[in-house]
Design a protein around this ligand. Structure first.
Ligand SMILES: Cc1ncc(COP(=O)(O)O)c(C=O)c1O
Length: 246
């Protein structure tokens, strides 16, 4: 989470942050600490953002350099639809940062197709590996911005320039040079990735409809009252990578 902001936000950048749950609020705070001029885009907890809402936020904040959204919002169970968001960011010359901590490995995710420029996740959520490492990805646009920065990345440990020139599309942050890693994590990661890939391509897709339908039926009765969300989300906006007792 911190690495994405540290690398993609330069002091003074206008940063639009979708706040429809816990994680947007937190990233807003984080981006401010890195010198971002944060503009929170509020939506009720338990709802997701439409492209029209995001377009209006860009119009109201000309020159915005970054848009942040949470894909799987674990505090409410929503799944942010990504259609059109990457294209919107490109039209406005902004980078698109997406929190995939609670979605990577649990729901289909195509970063390039969706135009996601920076994403981070966690080994301990849908991937089911031990905690302690964070898959992290930057698009070429994000890396171009990084290379053209006028200021150094404020965090030494999270400076992607120091990750090395040969990193691929994905990087496990704790693998970076000079960053010691917990050896116990190493065998768990490939196992977890393989299991997630198999799960996504077979099991998850086949249970998609029933899972969403179940959430659709039960969600409004209990949780949405507490969340203050009057309108239940349609199934495509509920994450399947989320379980809770309510
Ligand atoms: C959506 C989301 N983003 C970010 C985080 C933070 O992840 P971590 O605790 O690995 O820093 C969490 C943790 O629950 C999360 O659910």
């Amino acid at each position: 989470m911190e690495a994405s902001i540290a690398n993609a936000v330069e002091p003074g950048d206008i940063v639009l942050v979708g706040a429809n749950g816990l994680w947007g609020e937190r990233v807003g705070d984080l981006a401010e600490r890195y010198g971002g001029d944060v503009r929170l885009i509020h939506a009720p907890a338990g709802t997701v953002f439409s492209v029209a809402q995001l377009e209006a936020a860009f119009d109201a904040n000309p020159g915005a350099k970054v848009l942040f959204l949470t894909h799987g919002e674990s505090s409410t169970g929503t799944l942010q639809p990504l259609d059109g968001v990457g294209a919107l960011c490109r039209r406005h010359g902004a980078l698109f940062i997406l929190d995939t901590v609670c979605s990577l490995g649990g729901v289909p995710l195509q970063l390039d197709v969706s135009g996601v420029d920076v994403t981070y996740s966690g080994s301990q959520k849908c991937l089911g590996a031990p905690p302690g490492s964070a898959p992290f990805s930057m698009s070429q646009r994000a890396r171009d911005k990084l290379a053209a920065r006028k200021t150094k990345v404020a965090s030494y440990y999270f400076d992607a320039n120091l990750f090395g020139a040969n990193w691929g599309e994905w990087w496990l942050i704790c693998f970076a040079f000079a960053r010691p890693r917990a050896a116990v994590l190493t065998p768990a990661r490939p196992q977890a990735l393989t299991a997630s890939l198999v799960g996504i391509t077979t099991r998850v897709l086949s249970i998609q409809c029933t899972s969403c339908a179940r959430r659709w039926r039960f969600w409004p009765k209990k949780a949405s009252r507490q969340l203050g969300s009057a309108t239940p989300m349609p199934p495509r906006c509920c994450t399947r990578a989320w379980n809770a007792w309510v």
